[in-house]
Structures are given as structure tokens and as C-alpha cells.
Design a protein. Structure first.
Lengths: 133, 302
């Protein structure tokens, strides 16, 4: 079966490139799964989403992707994220701390998009690392 | 010891300590250049992808009507982002950027456009403040190691100014003046217009027709997100290039400063030796002269 050529890039580095059977990402319209020969799509990804790559040369894995785009044409998929982290790179302890801090500030009445976004980012990182949130 | 000799010794030791400082600066700059170059290279894939995406969207939907792509018919005000360094000791690096900025400002004024400088880097800020120029935005503290967040901050200010109509203090155009890193020996000041958008289609091979994309959720929403990111990535690229150029310029300037200092040490050492030799010669001739005088005097008595 044909494979997808996937590139996950952030402004500061190329996070991962390789081949995969399927890419699942979360756009603001909902989850979208892409398999080889999909129709060309350009989608906006949500802040604090989890990207899943299936059937790569090292199996299935996830990455935390914060904001950005997904562009797919033919067998090429590029994910442009402002910040991206592979599941294995996530420092679980730090992500947990960050989530706790964000939730505490929300609980103590400091509302605002910033804290919501921070909590979402921390949750995405934990989920990408395979933790339950 | 003669007064001249003492003076020369003091100068030699002063020049020697200067040479040590410039040599250290040179070594620091060269060790950082590699890192800066790697960062420039690491940012390339993202920029390439985002340029492709923007090109695809703009060529897909011919009727895009987005504030960031709109060209004002009679532009009256322009923002000029000037990327300079925080520290000196880098030769003509900042002077070249500021000279280009002035040239651009003259050009814009000739077209009836009033430029507003937006400045990053302490050297550029000082230059504008000294001349009492009004600045639209000021940033410093990251010139040799910019992060994406810095570019984001700058882009936010610029985009906000761009969205405002010109008569309310907004701008119609955004230009960047920065130094492009071509190689260790060559850096060139570049002036580019970021907005209104000029997507360089030349980068895409002509045989490759961009596919007809479906947009999630809609073309407008995608553009809304995509264009600010595109501007950010252009600014980030300018900052990274400028950082690498700054280090290369500093390395070169410090290398020639060290070379000059070493040359000066040679010259001064020679002068010092000469002075010492002259002193010794003089002493000998005084002694010989004195001895002769004594001999003549005693010969006369007999």
C-alpha cells in the first residue's frame, strides 16, 4: 500500500519526517484522518491538539501540536505547528505541573483565554505522552 | 631608564591587553556562528511549507478578499522594520543597515509615503533616539539569539498597525531592512516588502500546479490563520539571518582588530629596542668621552 510522506515542522526545527499509513489530526472543525490518496485538504489545527501517526517505521505514535495547519496533497502531508513535541519528548512531570498551575489559576478566579490555552496545551502534551488526563 | 623607553613599554602592554580582548571576542563570535547557521537552516522547512501553503491558497481562490492581501491604491504611510544588533564591536554591521534604512526612507518619501521606523536591537534604538526620531515599536535583548516568540511579538505589533487605516495611525505597507547571511565572508543588507503580500511564485516549479485544496473550515478562516503565521515566519527568518550576520561581522571586525594590534605591538617593540639601544650608545659615548677627558687632563699635568 502506498504510504504518506509526513513532515511535522515547527518554526524552530523539523520535528519529525517519515512515512506513515495514516495521520489523524484535530482541526477546528473536528478530527480529520488522512490516508494515502486523500483529497487535498488545508485545515487549521486547534490549540492543544494531539496528532496521531499510524503505521510509521517505528509503529504508532503521537505528538502534541499547538496551533498551526495541516496541508495534504497527494501523498504528502505537512503539519506546520507553531510548537510541536513528540510524545516521547514530553517531560511528563513538567506537563503535569503546568496543567496543575493553569487549573489552579483558573480555579482562583483568574479567567482568560491564556489560562484555558495553557491548560489545553498541557493536556495535549500529557495525552501525546500516553498519560490519561 | 629613559622617559621614552618607559612610555613605549606602557603602550606595548596596553596594546597587548586590547589584543587579548579582541581575540577573545573573535573566538566567542566564531563559536556562536555555527549555532546561528544551524538555526537558520532549521527554520527553512517551516518557511518553505508555509510559503507553499500561502501560494496554494492564493492561487486556489482567485477572489480572496482579505485585509492582509489588500493593496491600498494610494499608500500614505509605511512601517519599516529595522533589524540591528544589541552590541557593537561588529564593524560596519549596523551602519550598513541604518544607511539602507535611510535610503529606503528617502525612496518612500519620494513616492509620497511617510515611513515609520519599527526598530529591533539596542544599536538601532540608540541611533533613532539620538536623532529624536519617532518609532512605532521598539524591541531589544535578543539580537544574537532570537526566539520565535520574539518574531511573534514583532509581527503582532506590525499586523495590528497594518489593519488600522492610515489616517488613524495605521500603515499601508510593511518593509523589513535586515542583513542576509550569504556566507561567512559575505553578508548583504536586504530590503523586502512583507505586506501587502508578494508571494514569490518563482520558488514553486512551474510544472507543479498547486492542487485544488478543500479548506477546513473555510478559505477565509484558513487565510486568517495562515497570513499572520506567514508574516511571523518572514520576520523570524530576518531575525535569524541578521543574528548570523551579526556574529560573522563581529568575528571579522575582531579578527582585523587583533591583527592590527599585533602589528602595532611589533612596531612598538622595534621602537622600544631602538630607544634602548640609543640609550646604551649614549651612555657608552659619555663614559668614553669622560675617560678621554680624564686621560687628556692627566697627560697635560705631566
Amino acid at each position: 500500500m502506498a504510504k504518506l510522506r509526513v513532515g511535522v515542522v515547527s518554526p524552530e526545527r523539523e520535528v519529525w519526517t517519515g512515512e506513515a499509513d495514516m495521520v489523524v489530526a484535530k482541526t477546528i472543525d473536528g478530527e480529520i484522518g488522512i490516508m494515502p490518496n486523500a483529497a487535498p485538504v488545508l485545515g487549521v489545527l486547534v490549540e492543544g491538539g494531539v496528532l496521531r501517526l499510524k503505521g510509521t517505521d517505528r509503529g504508532d505514535f503521537a505528538a502534541a501540536v499547538h496551533g498551526g495547519f495541516l496541508a495534504c496533497s497527494g501523498d504528502e502531508v505537512s503539519i506546520l505547528a507553531e510548537r510541536a513535541e513528540l510524545g516521547e519528548e514530553v517531560d511528563v512531570q513538567r506537563a503535569r505541573d503546568a496543567l496543575q498551575r493553569a487549573e489552579e489559576s483558573q480555579a482562583s478566579g483568574e479567567s482568560g483565554e491564556e489560562y484555558v490555552a495553557r491548560a489545553a496545551r498541557a493536556r495535549a502534551r500529557l495525552r501525546a505522552a500516553g498519560e490519561d488526563v | 631608564m629613559g622617559a621614552q623607553l618607559r612610555l613605549l613599554r606602557r603602550r606595548v602592554s596596553a596594546v597587548k591587553s586590547i589584543a587579548k580582548v579582541t581575540r577573545a571576542q573573535e573566538l566567542i563570535a566564531s563559536s556562536r556562528i555555527m549555532k546561528a547557521q544551524q538555526r537558520v537552516a532549521a527554520a527553512v522547512p517551516y518557511e518553505r511549507e508555509i510559503t507553499r501553503a500561502v501560494t496554494a491558497v492564493l492561487s486556489n481562490s482567485a477572489s480572496v478578499d482579505h485585509p492582509l492581501t489588500a493593496t491600498v491604491e494610494n499608500p500614505t504611510r509605511a512601517a519599516v522594520l529595522v533589524v540591528t544588533s544589541d552590541r557593537g564591536f561588529c564593524g560596519g554591521f549596523n551602519a550598513a543597515v541604518l544607511r539602507e534604512t535611510e535610503a529606503l526612507a528617502g525612496l518612500l518619501r519620494g513616492e509620497g509615503i511617510e515611513p515609520t521606523p519599527f526598530v529591533t536591537g539596542r544599536k538601532g534604538l540608540a541611533w533613532h533616539r539620538f536623532r529624536g526620531r519617532e518609532m512605532g515599536g521598539e524591541w531589544d535583548g535578543f539580537s544574537d539569539n532570537p526566539a520565535y516568540a520574539d518574531a511573534k511579538r514583532i509581527a503582532e505589533t506590525l499586523i495590528e498597525a497594518f489593519r488600522k487605516p492610515a489616517d488613524e495611525g495605521g500603515v499601508d505597507e510593511i518593509h523589513i531592512v535586515y542583513t542576509q547571511f550569504i556566507s561567512m565572508l559575505t553578508q548583504k543588507v536586504q530590503v523586502t516588502r512583507v505586506l501587502p503580500l508578494q508571494v514569490e511564485e518563482a520558488e514553486v516549479e512551474s510544472s507543479e500546479v498547486p492542487p485544488y485544496y478543500e479548506f477546513e473550515p473555510s478559505a477565509e478562516a484558513v487565510l486568517n490563520e495562515l497570513l499572520p503565521r506567514y508574516v511571523e515566519s518572514r520576520i523570524y527568518n530576518a531575525l535569524l539571518q541578521s543574528a548570523a550576520s551579526e556574529l560573522a561581522a563581529r568575528r571579522r571586525a575582531m579578527k582585523s582588530a587583533t591583527d592590527n594590534a599585533n602589528e602595532m605591538i611589533d612596531v612598538l617593540t622595534r621602537e622600544m629596542n631602538q630607544a634602548r639601544q640609543a640609550e646604551i650608545t649614549q651612555e657608552i659615548s659619555e663614559i668614553v668621552g669622560g675617560a678621554n677627558a680624564l686621560a687628556d687632563a692627566s697627560a697635560g699635568k705631566e
